[in-house]
Design a protein around this ligand. Structure first.
Ligand SMILES: [Zn+2]
Length: 203
């Protein structure tokens, strides 16, 4: 698979989106926090159609522009059902009608030649997921794992025991897997192994 990955920055919350384009002119967007006003032009330049917007977790700073992107591109937006439920309640109380998103129903997503494995990694939120590009050894971690840190669990829906279990799953991945988080710089599993061991009480 010859996917190209672009990092889109930043907006008021310094959250990141990543655009994947494959060899067959199909594209996938991970998260929709940044303004993304240039996305249609970018897709045009790349000669790619956006098929899916995959949300790592349903915090506002990661999906605030999802409705706009869906409207502009006709893509479908997917998130874990536990976070769609959490988000629905929060939006109705505080922000109004929540964005329309479909529940992730499979652990494998294929868009053209882009193959993505969905890892359910609850803890930061109940429906946090990481997306693994198996062939390329790239992991999109949202707010579950960062360079030198892990997601906070003190927000509503957070659960530190669940996060530990999720990080155990991530710990099983190979050292060379590139970690592209929802905020801050990229890292690798190998780089984070020491922090993860500490978090997991393994040393
Ligand atoms: Zn978050």
């Amino acid at each position: 698979m010859g996917a190209l990955i672009g990092r889109i920055c930043c907006g008021p919350f310094h959250s990141l989106s990543y655009l994947l384009t494959g060899d067959e002119g199909k594209a996938v967007l991970i998260d929709a926090g940044p303004p993304l006003d240039d996305l249609p032009r970018l897709l045009d330049d790349l000669n790619a159609d956006l098929e899916l917007v995959l949300i790592t977790h349903a915090h506002y700073d990661h999906l605030m522009n999802v409705s706009k992107i869906v409207k502009l591109t006709g893509a479908r937006a997917l998130a874990h059902p536990a976070d769609i439920e959490m988000m629905g309640k929060y939006w109705l109380e505080h922000l109004g009608r929540p964005p329309d998103m479909e529940p992730l129903t499979s652990s494998e997503i294929v868009v053209g030649d882009i193959e993505i494995e969905v890892l359910h990694t609850p803890g930061h939120t109940p429906g946090s997921v990481c997306y693994l590009l198996k062939g390329l050894k790239v992991l999109f971690t949202g707010d579950t794992l960062f360079l030198g840190g892990v997601g906070r669990t003190d927000l509503p829906g957070g659960d530190s025991e669940m996060l530990r279990r999720s990080l155990r799953k991530i710990f099983e991945l190979e050292d060379e897997v590139l970690v592209l988080p929802g905020h801050g710089s990229e890292t690798t599993i190998g780089n984070e192994r020491k922090n993860l061991k500490e978090m997991l009480g393994m040393q």
